[in-house]
Design a protein around this ligand. Structure first.
Ligand SMILES: NC(=O)c1ccc[n+]([C@@H]2O[C@H](COP(=O)([O-])OP(=O)(O)OC[C@H]3O[C@@H](n4cnc5c(N)ncnc54)[C@H](OP(=O)(O)O)[C@@H]3O)[C@@H](O)[C@H]2O)c1
Length: 194
């Protein structure tokens, strides 16, 4: 089985962005040490155009070969004129309103999102599935999440967009790894205990 990993940037108080979902304030934490971590451990989680700008668009995918995101998250790239933001991954966007995909690289999932993710997880071989967010899609897929990689940046929003929009049952995850950075960021990996 391939794993579904919710790999997400969070504030210390557990928000993935401000009340509108905007996480720009956290970008200030992407210093050289943190970028080096992304480059060596998670290069495929950086959008294709940013990889190019950072000079590592030739790096192989290490953990993921597929991305799932919600339409609101995908919209951020679309508004920048980038219809295929993760060209180095298989891309799925959950949407009931996008009738036609803006890119041949992006498959729209209108119905049966959970079934689609189960189908992807059941594929033989390959790398894992990167659940990008946002909050609503993560809530919809909560039961399917096998792993959490939470990049906690040293900022506090006070109020904001939670990791999961939908209610969910209390679930135990076991700590599988921690990495701390000089700027106060902490990346924790948790495996779901089934
Ligand atoms: N901190 C981070 O690491 C991080 C990562 C990703 C995103 N974000 C932030 O998250 C924000 C967006 O989050 P969000 O919760 O508002 O939206 P979202 O989860 O990105 O997208 C929600 C949309 O996905 C579609 N959708 C949801 N469930 C579906 C289902 N079961 N079947 C089919 N389509 C489904 C719907 O699109 P339609 O309306 O088209 O039907 C829905 O409006 C952005 O502001 C972004 O900055 C933060």
């Amino acid at each position: 089985m391939r794993k579904l990993t919710y790999y997400v940037a969070c504030s210390v108080d557990g928000f993935i962005g401000d009340a509108t979902g905007d996480g720009t304030a956290m970008l200030a934490c992407l210093d050289e040490e943190f970028l080096d971590f992304l480059r060596t451990e998670y290069p495929e989680t950086v959008p294709t155009h940013s990889r190019r700008a950072l000079g590592f668009d030739d790096l192989e995918n290490r953990r993921f070969d597929t991305i799932v995101q919600g339409r609101a998250s995908y919209d951020l790239a679309l508004k920048e004129g980038i219809p295929s933001p993760y060209a180095h991954l298989r891309q799925y966007v959950a949407s009931r309103t996008l009738a036609v995909s803006p890119s041949p690289d992006v498959e729209i999932v209108a119905d049966g999102l959970v079934d689609k993710v189960r189908e992807l997880k059941a594929e033989d071989g390959g790398l894992g599935i990167y659940l990008c967010g946002g909050s609503r899609v993560a809530g919809e897929l909560y039961d399917e999440i096998d792993e959490l990689v939470i990049k906690t940046y040293p900022v506090v929003y006070g109020t904001g967009m939670p990791m999961f929009a939908a209610g969910s049952d209390l679930t135990r995850f076991g700590l599988a790894g921690t990495r701390t950075f000089g700027n106060g960021a902490v990346v924790r990996t948790y495996a779901r205990q089934r």
